[in-house]
Structures are given as C-alpha cells and as structure tokens.
Design a binder for this molecule. Structure first.
Ligand code: NAP
Length: 285
C-alpha cells in the first residue's frame, strides 16, 4: 500500500477511524475527511500514533453541503494527482427530524447525496490510479428501504428507520449503477454491510440520547475494528482486484435486496440525484 492514496470519509469516529488506522499501518497515505475540526484533530493524532505512520492528513468537509464538497474536492485536486481508494464510510442516523445545510432530510442528504456528489467530483482522479477502488459502506437496513421520489424528505410520513433505510438502499443502487457506468475502466465499485457495531451511530451529541442504548448493546456488538474488517479487505486485498458491483458481508459477496438490483430504479435515482444537486447549485450561485 506504500504508493497508495486513500481517502476515508467519517474518519473522526467508529469504523472510519479504525479503517484509517489499519490502512495507515500498511504504509498508505491516508486522508481523513471529517466535518468537525476538533474531533478531526483528535482522531488524526490517534491514527498517526496507533499506525506509526506520519503520512496521514486531515481535511474538513460537511457532506451535507454541496458547496463544501465542491470546495473540498477543488482543494483535493490541487494537492493530489490521483486517488487510489475512496472509502465512503460516513453515515448518520439521528433520532428526531433533521436537515442538512442544504435543507435536505439528513440521512438521505449525507449518507447518499453527499457521497454521490463527492464520488462524481473525484472520479477523474480515481481513474488516474492504475487500480482505482470505490467502497461504499451501506447496511443490511437497506432491505426495508424504498426510494420515495415523490417525497424524498419524507415530510408526509417520516420515521427514522424509513429515512435511514432509504439512504442505505440508495448507497447500494448507486454502487451497482456506478459499477455499470465504470465498466471497461480500471476502477471498481463495491459496497458492504459491516454488521452490528458499537460506534457513535444513533447518539445525539447535544442531548446524549442513544448513549445508554449503545452502552447496553456494546457487549453484543462488534468493536469498530472488527466492523471495519470488510471495508479494509475491499480496500487492500488482491483477492478483490477487478471485482466490481458487489455487496459484501464478512469479506464475502452476498445478495442484497431484490429492489437493489432494479436497474431502472438505479438510473432514476442517479438522474434524480443530479437534478437535486443542480437545483442546490443554481440556488446558491
Ligand atoms: N454501527 C453499525 O452497527 C452500523 C451498521 C450498518 C452500517 N453502518 C454504517 O457504517 C458507517 C460508519 O458508521 P459508524 O457505525 O462507524 O458510526 P459513527 O461512529 O457515528 O461514525 C460516523 C462518522 O460519519 C461522520 N459524519 C456524520 N455526518 C457527517 C457529515 N454531515 N459530514 C461528514 N461526516 C459526517 C461522523 O462525524 P462526527 O464525528 O463529526 O459525527 C463520524 O465520523 C455508516 O455509513 C453507517 O451507516 C453502521
């Protein structure tokens, strides 16, 4: 991994941080993308210390903001000539109904749309890698998901699980469509379910809600390091060289939901996502 440049989103916590530590241990240059400066600096120090690799950097970006993603990718392209591995790991499931900086339902806006746009903006750079890999951290929760095109923010019928499941189904539809669009290139795109992992997922920092549930479940859940296993495998193993358009669990390709294989739905989501981004961009310019 010595000459590889690896970008990990959601690197301040949980599986993202664990992924950075393990990949940095293998000698890669790791770019940790975080939204909060203080948490980012603390995580950066931990990753450098635990990996013994000084070649780890922090860059800031809120994936709930198209403007910030544009600024971030512009800066990234100025500094790096290629990107070998993009790990779209950041994710949110937050009790209560919240909006991104752009006014979208939080889970859809961050988990899907932010990563969709980030990936598209970085694609040219990934194609410059001899073996580019894109890894999307999805979830088994996608199985109960639907894409509610007519009410994407779920204003009419919001539940947290409906929102999260929609965003995670979108991660898988996006991965499969991306793999189809990348056919014939040197870039692969795969996604994964990490299993149940004791992280900061579902905890509301402001109110502390969710902390007790997480503490109670901790003994039954995987550690962040264990949960990160499949993402690390997809990023680093020669076993998966050239494998694309698959959904992995415990380092093995498995079947995702029937709906996730619907190519018409995937193409529709792609166009719909582009239209939302155009709308946000034109509103702001
Ligand atoms: N934990 C599980 O059991 C489980 C199961 C299935 C799938 N997953 C998936 O695994 C991935 C990693 O989650 P985790 O369990 O490790 O949770 P976590 O500890 O809460 O980490 C989530 C990361 O995403 C970042 N993030 C959240 N909103 C963001 C935004 N708007 N912009 C940029 N970064 C943002 C967080 O940053 P802050 O530190 O600033 O909040 C944090 O670094 C997620 O995609 C999740 O959906 C988790």
């Amino acid at each position: 991994m010595k000459d590889k440049i690896v970008l990990v989103t959601g690197a301040s916590s949980g599986m993202g941080k664990a992924t950075c530590i393990e990949i940095a241990k293998l000698g890669a240059k790791v770019i940790m993308v975080c939204r909060d400066k203080q948490r980012g600096i603390e995580a950066l120090e931990e990753v450098k210390q635990q990996s013994n690799n000084p070649s780890v950097e922090l860059m800031l970006c809120d994936l709930g903001s198209i403007k910030e993603i544009k600024e971030f990718t512009k800066e990234f392209k100025k500094r790096f000539e290629k990107l070998d591995i993009l790990i779209n790991n950041a994710g949110v499931i937050l009790p209560g109904k919240h909006r991104t900086k752009d006014g979208l339902e939080l889970q859809f806006g961050v988990n899907h749309l932010g990563h969709f746009f980030l990936t598209k903006e970085l694609l040219d750079l990934i194609k410059k890698s001899p073996t580019g890999r894109i890894i999307n951290v999805a979830s088994g929760a996608h199985k109960i998901g639907r894409i509610h095109f007519e009410d994407i923010n779920l204003d009419k019928n919001y539940t947290l699980w409906r929102a999260y499941a929609q965003s995670k189904l979108a991660n898988i539809l996006f991965t499969y469509e991306l793999a189809r669009k990348l056919k014939g290139t040197n870039v692969t795109a795969n996604c994964l379910h990490p299993g149940a992992v004791a992280t900061n997922m579902g905890i509301n920092r402001k109110t502390g809600f969710g902390t007790l549930i997480t503490k109670t479940l901790k003994p039954f859940f995987q550690t962040p390091r264990e949960g990160a296993d499949t993402a690390i495998y997809l990023a680093t193993s020669s076993d998966v060289q050239g494998i694309t358009g698959k959904y992995f669990y415990k380092k093995k390709p498995i079947k995702s939901s029937m709906l996730s294989y619907n190519e018409h739905l995937a193409e529709k989501l792609w166009q719909f996502s582009e239209e939302i981004i155009e709308g946000i961009s034109s509103r702001k310019s």
